[in-house]
Design a protein around this ligand. Structure first.
Ligand SMILES: *[C@@H]1O[C@H](CO)[C@@H](O)[C@H](O)[C@H]1NC(C)=O
Ligand SMILES: *[C@@H]1O[C@H](CO)[C@@H](O)[C@H](O)[C@H]1NC(C)=O
Ligand SMILES: *[C@@H]1O[C@H](CO)[C@@H](O)[C@H](O)[C@H]1NC(C)=O
Ligand SMILES: *[C@@H]1O[C@H](CO)[C@@H](O)[C@H](O)[C@H]1NC(C)=O
Ligand SMILES: *[C@@H]1O[C@H](CO)[C@@H](O)[C@H](O)[C@H]1NC(C)=O
Ligand SMILES: *[C@@H]1O[C@H](CO)[C@@H](O)[C@H](O)[C@H]1NC(C)=O
Length: 458
């Protein structure tokens, strides 16, 4: 679209009805000036005079994809309309309809591979260090997330750390949040090494600093986000039912909340465990506790919804300034069984967009998440909460889990011993967490887009 032609067209059309009255001429001149300015703006931003009709705008190499003004300006250009009032109205519609849904797309081959390895990042937890633990295939490292209607810019650690100067970012949730923060640290540590300045007794909550940027990063272990008493031995085996307080948030994160500038918070799989529900200091029911204490089975749907309601209301409070992303649930990929019944995940290729079926618990959890998120959006004037909907992109990566490579060389020794024993050695598979490097690295590309360019994803 040639903006100057658009301009002259408007001048002609607007010129006629105004006649020759002095006042009207002035009015007309103001219009001309207005359009010259708009035209100039188009010219400055849209250097290419043959702008394609919209959806691909963000792939254009000369436009910085993170600059929302580019999207707006380019999107307005093709709306060739006859009157000034129509331009504004039409452009609003165009912009609204050209928002790119970055959570819908496919994984495409990317031979450039991950930005870090098990050697260049020293923050990878043993259980997720698939390279080190001897995973033989490496194809799972060579994919990039491609949203259907636009290109996702690659996470730029220099830019990120620059923007995060003097800021504090926190991840709150379970071991998937820890998995995610380790991925972020590995990417950032290619620019500046993180210093761990705090860990709790179990090494579940941690704080790091990036000294030359005065950037602070926390991960807070709070798998229910609620006040909860859990009873586990050091191997993580529970010896008594979880006591869950559905009307009280976990102080571990709420007490620190005021410090944070950015927060990524998430619920998830812990709600599926056996738990006793407490509300208003009385036991109101339970989940997965049939036959015990005559309690009413209310289901994880009940506790998950209550928890999310409480969390979202808290972060939406007007005095809470942090920018928040709520991350949706992570599907697992156990096949032919569950984690404790011989399930495995030995695929070596991603699914295509239509492949891969989500388990009913994941569908239910995600539905609750989206419903509660929308309710918060509708109720509140507070727009500091966004959605980090990683569920579908993650569902497409059955190949990205440690599987047996949660431990070093899981099959070593099996071969040497006599074959009859092979069957008895139960190899524990992890088809829930993600290898590092691995698909979870792409969560950061999306996270930065939505957190820092959020005008575009409302
Ligand atoms: C916009 O243009 C259409 C014709 O293209 C016209 O019918 C409509 O009234 C215009 N709207 C405004 C607000 O000028
Ligand atoms: C990294 O992984 C390779 C296998 O890909 C392994 O040989 C090496 O020992 C690992 N190094 C570290 C430091 O983990
Ligand atoms: C570092 O950042 C924190 C906020 O995270 C701020 O309170 C502090 O003043 C900053 N320090 C310097 C030296 O700028
Ligand atoms: C909590 O319990 C007290 C005393 O039993 C009762 O007065 C109050 O209404 C209850 N509150 C709620 C929210 O149920
Ligand atoms: C459960 O209910 C039955 C019948 O109402 C009763 O006999 C039993 O004692 C109850 N058990 C417990 C642990 O409260
Ligand atoms: C995965 O394991 C199953 C059962 O052991 C086997 O039949 C299948 O061929 C394996 N698939 C791949 C891709 O290795």
């Amino acid at each position: 679209m040639d903006t100057l032609r658009l301009l002259s067209k408007n001048m002609k059309i607007e010129g006629n009805p105004f006649g020759s009255s002095h006042q009207r001429n002035q009015f007309f001149l103001k219009f001309v000036a207005f359009f010259l300015l708009i035209g100039l703006a188009y010219r400055l931003i849209v250097t290419d005079s043959t702008v394609s009709p919209v959806p691909d705008v963000r792939t254009s190499p000369e436009s910085s994809p993170s600059d929302p003004s580019v999207l707006t300006a380019v999107a307005e250009a093709p709306a060739s309309v006859d009157s000034p009032r129509n331009i504004t109205i039409a452009s609003q519609n165009v912009v609204a309809s050209t928002k790119c849904d970055i959570f819908t797309g496919n994984w495409v081959p990317d031979p450039s591979g991950p930005v870090y390895t098990n050697v260049s990042c020293r923050h990878i937890q043993e259980h997720q260090n698939c390279l080190k633990n001897g995973r033989p295939d490496a194809n799972y490292l060579l994919w990039r997330w491609k949203p259907r209607d636009c290109d996702l810019p690659r996470f730029n650690p220099e830019q990120f750390l620059d923007k995060m100067r003097n800021k504090w970012w926190a991840f709150i949730g379970d071991s998937i949040s820890r998995n995610h923060v380790q991925s972020l640290i590995c990417i950032l540590s290619q620019v500046e090494e993180a210093e761990e300045i705090y860990h709790d007794k179990e090494y579940r909550s941690k704080i790091w600093r990036f000294p030359s940027h005065n950037f602070t990063l926390s991960v807070i272990w709070s798998p229910f986000l609620l006040k909860a008493e859990t009873f586990e031995n050091t191997e993580g085996v529970s010896f008594s039912d979880i006591q869950l307080h559905l009307d009280e948030l976990d102080h571990k994160w709420t007490d620190q909340y005021i410090n944070f500038d950015y927060v990524v918070i998430s619920g998830g799989k812990w709600f599926l465990k056996t738990s006793i529900f407490h509300e208003n200091n009385t036991i109101t029911g339970c989940h997965y506790c049939q036959g015990k204490n005559n309690l009413t089975e209310l289901g994880y749907q009940y506790s998950y919804r209550k928890a999310l309601r409480l969390v979202l209301n808290f972060v939406a409070e007007p005095n809470h300034k942090a920018q928040v992303l709520f991350r949706t649930t992570t599907p697992d990929h156990f096949e032919n069984g569950e984690w404790n019944s011989g399930g495995f995940c030995n695929r070596t290729m991603p699914f295509k967009e239509s492949e891969g079926e989500m388990k009913s618990e994941d569908v239910t959890m995600r539905d609750i998440e989206l419903e509660e998120f929308r309710t918060t959006q509708e109720e509140g004037s507070n727009s500091n909460i966004g959605l980090l909907d990683t569920t579908s992109m993650s569902l497409l990566r059955p190949d990205g889990h440690p599987g047996p490579y949660r431990y070093p060389n899981p099959f070593a020794g099996v071969k040497n011993k006599d074959q009859s024993r092979t069957h008895q050695i139960q190899i524990q598979n992890d088809c829930l967490h993600w290898c590092l490097p691995g698909p979870i690295d792409s969560w950061n590309d999306l996270m930065v887009e939505v957190m820092l360019n959020r005008e575009m994803y409302r």
